[in-house]
Design a protein around this ligand. Structure first.
Ligand code: RP5
Length: 163
């Protein structure tokens, strides 16, 4: 039986996918069912509207939204659905992603976006944050997430090496 999709990964452009793939990789590792879609606040506003309108009814529990530059996608999605939105500021060439970060972070009171770090680390952490949210009501996932975290800790050497 295929698992119901619980996480939506959305991004403003195909060019965001190399970054957003880091979130997808984490969800794959933890066995969390997700979908990945291109939904642009500026280029496909109707698609954004429909996605937000249908998200809760389709059973999505978390949305991870990545965009760069004038990164309005996460905030607009948060304005359209009560499903928690985790924002990933994609690194840009012109302003190194600080533009994306500020665009996503400074939401007005009432419509929050949980904003991650700029770039690949932020995308991976978005996957882990989504897992943490889902693990609140999924004991098997909670065990997997604990094991993932322990494995990461165990992989860190005690001392630096020259190799
Ligand atoms: C944003 O504009 C996208 O999220 C992307 O990060 C940025 C550039 O998009 P492309 O011109 O590469 O399609 O909407």
């Amino acid at each position: 039986m295929t698992k119901a999709v619980e996480v939506g990964i959305i991004m403003g452009s195909q060019s965001d996918w190399p970054t957003m793939k880091e979130a997808a990789k984490i969800l794959d590792e933890l066995g969390i069912a997700y979908e990945a879609k291109i939904v642009s606040a500026h280029r496909t506003p109707d698609r954004l509207w429909t996605y937000g309108k249908e998200a809760a009814g389709r059973g999505l529990k978390v949305i991870i939204a990545g965009a760069g530059g004038a990164a309005h996608l996460p905030g607009m999605m948060a304005s359209k659905t009560r499903v928690p939105v985790i924002g990933v500021p994609v690194q840009t060439k012109a302003l190194s992603g600080v533009d994306s970060l500020y665009s996503i972070l400074q939401m007005p009171k009432g419509f929050p976006v949980a904003t991650m770090a700029i770039g690949a680390a932020g995308a991976a952490n978005a996957g882990l944050m989504a897992a943490g949210i889902l693990a609140i009501s999924d004991a098997a996932l909670a065990d997997k997430l604990e094991a993932w975290r322990e494995a990461l800790s165990a992989s860190i050497p005690d001392e630096p090496s020259d190799d």
